[in-house]
Design a protein around this ligand. Structure first.
Ligand SMILES: *Cc1c(COP(=O)(O)O)cnc(C)c1O
Length: 376
């Protein structure tokens, strides 16, 4: 891929390696109220809806900041002050949503499973039946903490049948794992510019069911995080309420064009799945063990258990890989020591194969016989 060969490859969950075209899109300055910029903004919003087949019933509301900002803003706007959320938690991003609702001072329950375990759909159903006060269910599509894929269709199905509303943090999955409003009932799905759509960091967006958003005036606790007001202002003028991250938006628009040229969600899923296969096969050949069994492993980021060999030292492993041009990611698990390697960004087969060679050379240099973890 054409990027900028001077930079190391980012095998992380974002920010990611971006293409040269995406970087070059930022070599200009734009007036935020200029017609060209407004057109770019309009196109970006329309294309984001199209990625989720959500043009008919949803609207795209972008927001300045990292992904966390748009998750917090969407929850604050959609969850009424007298509402109650049920959170399906199996990692740090689910925990973070609970923390947001703590800040908001609204009511919630958690259904928590270990980081390598999907939520229990039967338990979800019985919890909803037992507690009619629950108005919204919140779920993370791919929990980036471990890389686990959560069973979105099954969750959405139960939530819809019980007449509740669904909010999806699809931050690390959007654009790479299919999610269609035609087959899945949801009130909101949130994602950001710098994950599978391969833009640069600086903005998030939510696709929100219009009839739900229309009822949300006054819910938010915060002026700048009020997605209702953000939407109303943008519909009225096609302009952002407050200074937009112009360069981020123009780069995102360019990244989305490349996404469409490369076959949309199917194309991206194919490339990332191939990256994951190369990575997992190659790592297993060296004895490394994945945390997750293959059916639960999303093609986004892979968690490897820390090798048992006493010659293995993570910081030195990380530093030597960085010297060879690859940035990996520390673990975030509470269950076991681990590290992560991403499959997303402007990377393909040559980069994944080169990363494996670098890993092989590094463990050889460290005198690590193989990557096997401690027996559980
Ligand atoms: C990246 C990510 C976020 C947002 O994180 P930021 O660091 O604020 O961009 C939220 N949820 C999930 C699942 C993520 O992967």
């Amino acid at each position: 891929m054409t990027t900028n060969t001077q930079d190391p490859w980012l095998l992380t969950p974002g920010p990611l390696t971006t293409s040269l075209r995406t970087k070059q899109a930022m070599l200009h300055d734009w007036g935020s109220r200029d017609a060209n910029f407004i057109e770019t903004n309009r196109r970006m919003r329309a294309q984001l809806l199209a990625i989720a087949d959500a043009e008919e019933h949803h609207v795209c509301v972008p927001l300045q900041g990292s992904g966390t900002f748009v998750v917090e803003a969407t929850i604050a706007t959609l969850l009424p002050r007298d509402g109650k959320a049920l959170l399906l938690v199996n990692g740090a991003y689910g925990q973070r949503m609970a923390k947001m609702i703590d800040y908001l001072g609204r009511d919630y329950l958690m259904h928590e499973t270990p980081e390598d375990t999907q939520p229990d759909i039967k338990k979800l159903q019985s919890t909803l039946i037992a507690d009619p006060a629950i108005s919204h269910v919140l779920v993370v599509h791919c929990e980036t903490t471990s890389g686990i894929i959560n069973p979105l269709e099954a969750v959405a199905d139960v939530v819809a049948r019980q007449g509740r509303r669904l909010i999806i943090d699809a931050m690390s999955a959007f654009g790479a794992i299919p999610l269609s409003a035609k087959t899945l009932q949801f009130d909101a799905v949130m994602a950001s510019s710098n994950k599978c759509l391969e833009g640069v960091p600086g903005m998030g967006f939510a696709l929100i069911r219009q009839t739900a958003l229309e009822t949300c005036q006054g819910n938010a606790h915060s002026l700048s995080l009020d997605m209702y007001e953000q939407w109303v202002a943008m519909e009225k003028t096609d302009q952002w309420r407050f200074t937009p991250p112009t360069h981020v938006i123009v780069a995102f628009d360019e990244a989305i064009s490349q996404f469409i040229e490369a076959g949309g969600v199917a194309g991206r899923n194919h490339r990332y799945s191939n990256n994951r296969k190369i990575l997992v096969d190659g790592m297993r050949e060296m004895g490394f063990e994945t945390l997750l069994p293959d059916p639960l492993q999303a093609p986004i980021i892979v968690t490897f258990k820390m090798p048992a060999d006493p010659a293995f030292e993570f910081q030195s492993f990380y530093d030597q890989l960085k010297d060879k041009g690859f940035i990996i990611y520390p673990g975030k698990l509470t269950v076991a020591p681990s590290f992560r390697i991403g499959c997303i960004g402007a990377l393909g087969e040559p980069e994944m194969s080169a990363a494996l060679k670098a890993i092989r050379a590094t463990i050889d240099h460290m005198g690590v016989a193989n990557g096997a973890a401690k027996a559980a």
